[in-house]
Design a protein. Structure first.
Lengths: 420, 420
């Protein structure tokens, strides 16, 4: 089945908002084997919207529309959808109840905007919005599907996961494509490519089944996406499993997760199963590691505390780092990284302590200690050490790469690997 | 003048690569007053590309195409461009010289791919690629412009800045559009809309000048984008200033910045100018506030330390919170929020201490203290207080909203507002 995506919103054409919604939707559709033919972004303009609806719904089996469902004057999608399908708006009790629930969470009274949001088009299925007041709509006409969702990313994502994808997954027919992504970190794209070797040795393209391997670099590491297309999903799955096995043979230690799994969630699971607690002492990553660890629900089971020791004084006062170490070696040094990791582990009485100290820039670099230099410290009851890294000259990228390397170090140690 | 953007590449339709190129181009075009009507993403498919070229070049004054200019088998854009304009490829000496220069930088010999890249379409202007081997092309036909660039972001961005934008800026005629975004927080979209009142009272649409106001909600707050279109840029600027003034009259206290300014950067500037330091004690936001503060370069001037006190024990040990307060009122309470803010301020000897304690969920909520409840504490040398908020039931959103509210509280206090 073939789908296209229509993103509505002047903000996307001004360039201030990057269209992450379209990539999220495309990714989800591809995961269940639906081919995405095109993505179009248009403004909040009635005639443009109608014209695009007509053109895209005639050419595709599935059209997914986002944006323009809010309660203000510039949100016109709901009106235009009614015009396109020749239906009226009606008040919907379930939608009204949902809006009341959302408002009560936020301690807001029923208002004009809420009133407006409780009206939805006739003759369609309503997609419940668990996180906001704008409902979504699904129109089925002549075995084709036209789906409308709000443009607020988390609201749309929730609707996709809980309703749209399960629904489309149940009605899909024809050639399907399946994907699996192996997430690696701690290795460059070129080195990973060398390690894997010529891909035609294990990719199958025999006219019935076709498969590809894509290298997708990001600040968190290189993702390897395996894609297999076939009319038979079971066969596709077998081929995919075989390709995955080949790749894992050569790259296993760099793979931390699959698909959307984040490294902090992977570590969280291991910490819970091994009943080990962790604490962090951050300088250059500035709280990012603690923030990532606490993004995982249930992290309070293994995460006790974190310290962002930005100033030298705070390293001494909060972590018990010996002031003479800082004077002798500098705050960005192997010795201080080790003292920070050991310090946070001891004061929190946790199983593992990790630390970062580096130069995030753009100022503060010297020839010996350039911007991008990051020491990562690790301490458990058996040993304490630090490793040195260089992460380029972009402040935010240095923080992201530093946090990923620190978490990966924990993963490797937890899996029993000897680092140092 | 009206433009549309065509992004070519299968990777964009699979959804693992976000189309940041299109937003970059749209943003640059808007800055020089060119209105972007639509953005389309299509795959590396000849008939799709030709059809889209035809449709878009007939409807727009300017078409900008990126992607598919590389040297591998799936890059077909150059061939299709030749077909579309009815021209042949020819070898170009300047392009060849440029490729040699690029290859020598990287210590690579002349090869088949380089040979292929030295052929470019006839009857167009060549856009030099300073950073890569794929040249860009500019076709002028009947006072319309068709521009083709590679999809590698930094190569395209360099071409845009050095060639495309100066060129388009010099030939631009007719209507131009200017924008300004006012970033608000601490108020819902509906309440903001009520506060501003009917927009037609101050938006001017007189046939010569047209203006719009867009409400753009996000977890950080609602952005208000003012856009003004006119043939005279100075007049447009005057109208925009007037609209901004009208909106500010009613909403000033909610506006923290303009265009791309982040709240943490806004606060940073004030803290530096007032020579005040800040420290944070986070429970439910888990390090996000410290992370945001340290995203700003130069933040070490005013940010001394942060503590992520996740466990009750860490609140007592790190911040000196009285254990009996936690026993009596619970960790998520006004009293503990105040004690945390005061604690971090005192131990760090900083001017302002802020704190968060709440229930980020998904578990741990009760009827009296539901998921989403967040207490934000504030302490300076004059007073210490805490405010109560409800942020819905999504863990990551609760963290983001809590961090934004805490930073906004600091902004308001620094600007002399009485909160409590």
């Amino acid at each position: 089945m073939q789908a296209s995506i229509i993103s509505i919103g002047d903000e996307l054409l001004v360039g201030q908002v990057v269209n992450t919604n379209a990539s999220f939707i495309a990714n989800e559709l591809n995961k269940i084997g639906i081919y995405v033919k095109s993505i179009i972004t248009i403004g909040d303009n009635e005639s443009d919207i109608i014209q695009t609806f007509q053109e895209f719904f005639s050419k595709n089996d599935i059209v997914i529309v986002t944006g323009g469902l809010g309660p203000t004057h510039d949100d016109i999608t709901k009106k235009v959808v009614c015009e396109f399908f020749g239906v009226n708006l009606k008040r919907d009790e379930a939608v009204e109840e949902n809006i009341k629930r959302i408002l009560s969470y936020r301690n807001i009274k029923w208002n004009r905007a809420a009133e407006e949001q409780s009206y939805v088009p006739e003759d369609c299925k309503i997609i419940k919005n668990n996180l906001g007041t704008a409902a979504g709509f699904l129109f089925e006409r002549n075995n084709k599907f036209f789906i409308v969702m709000p443009g607020v990313p988390y609201e749309m994502q929730d609707m996709m996961s809980n309703y749209v994808i399960p629904f489309l997954g149940s009605i899909i027919t024809g050639e399907q494509i399946i994907h699996k992504t192996l997430r690696t970190t701690g290795i460059t794209e070129a080195a990973l490519s060398d390690l894997i070797g010529p891909v035609d040795k294990f990719l199958i393209n025999d006219g019935i089944i076709s498969s590809t391997l894509a290298f997708l670099p990001s600040p968190l590491g290189v993702n390897l996406r395996i894609s297999v297309k076939s009319v038979n999903k079971e066969n596709a799955q077998k081929v995919l499993d075989k390709i995955e096995k080949e790749i894992r043979k050569k790259t296993e230690e760099y793979i931390y997760g699959i698909n959307d799994e984040e490294l902090e969630a992977v570590i969280g699971k291991i910490l819970i199963s091994k009943k080990i607690t962790i604490s962090v002492a951050e300088s250059c990553t500035g709280g990012l590691i603690a923030n990532r660890l606490t993004n995982v629900s249930g992290s309070s089971q293994y995460f006790d505390r974190g310290v962002v020791a930005y100033s030298n004084r705070s390293k001494v006062e909060l972590l018990g780092v010996d002031e003479s170490l800082i004077q002798k070696y500098g705050a960005v040094s192997e010795e201080v990284a080790k003292a920070m990791a050991e310090g946070i582990r001891k004061i929190s009485a946790s199983g593992i302590g990790i630390s970062t100290t580096g130069i995030a820039g753009p100022t503060g670099g010297t020839k010996e200690k350039p911007v991008g230099l990051v020491w990562i410290g690790y301490s458990d009851d058996k040993n304490t050490f630090a490793i040195k890294n260089f992460y380029g000259n972009d402040r935010l990228l240095i923080k992201i790469r530093g946090s990923q390397a620190a978490l990966n170090l924990v993963r490797l140690k937890l899996s029993g690997k000897e680092i140092k």
